[in-house]
Design a protein around this ligand. Sequence first.
Ligand SMILES: *[C@@H]1O[C@H](CO)[C@@H](O)[C@H](O)[C@H]1NC(C)=O
Length: 178
Amino acid sequence: MHVSTVLFLTPTLFLSLSLSLSLSLSLSLSLNSIQGPLLAWETYVNIAKARLVNQQLLYCRVGIGYHLQVLSNGTVGGVHEPTEHSLLMVFAMKRGVVGIRGIKSGMYLCMSQEGIAHGAFSSDCLFKESLEENHYTTFSSLSHPGIYLALSHKGEAKRGTSVGRLQPCTHFLPRRAP
Ligand SMILES: *[C@@H]1O[C@H](CO)[C@@H](O)[C@H](O)[C@H]1NC(C)=O
C-alpha cells in the first residue's frame, strides 16, 4: 500500500484495513488449504469488519479523560473507567462517515439540531469523522453540519452547538476494548 493512500484514510477505515491485512494473513494460512483462491479478498475484509465492530472505545481527552458511553435510557455521557456501556460499535458507511452504536443499549448515538447528543433506535444518525492535526478524531453531525460531539470537564454530554474542533472536549481517540 502506498503511503499516500494511507494518509487519506480516516481512522475507522484505517483500523479496519490494517486489521483485515493482519487477519487475512492468519486466515489465509488456515483456510487456503480448504478453499484455495475461491475465498475472495472481500470475505477477509468482511470478517475483519465484523471483528472490528464488535467492540471499541472512544476516549475523549477532556478533563481527567472519559470514555464515551450510551446508557440504556438514551443518556449519552462519559465515564473515566470503561464500563459495558462504553463498548461501542463504530461503523463506516462511506469514507469519513460513521455511525456509532452502544453495544449494551443497542442505541445509535444521535445528535439533535439543538446539539444534544442522545441514544435512539434510528440508524440514520451519522457523523462526519475527521482526523485533526493532533491525531485526535472529531465527530460532527452529518445532517447538522458544524455541530460536534463533545463531553464536558465533568464527563457529561456537552451541547454540540457551542463547541469547535479545536477544543479538547471534541477530541476523541478510538481505542480497542480490553
Ligand atoms: C439515565 O440513567 C442514568 C443512570 O442510571 C441516570 O443517572 C439518569 O438520570 C437517567 N436519565 C434519564 C433521562 O432517565
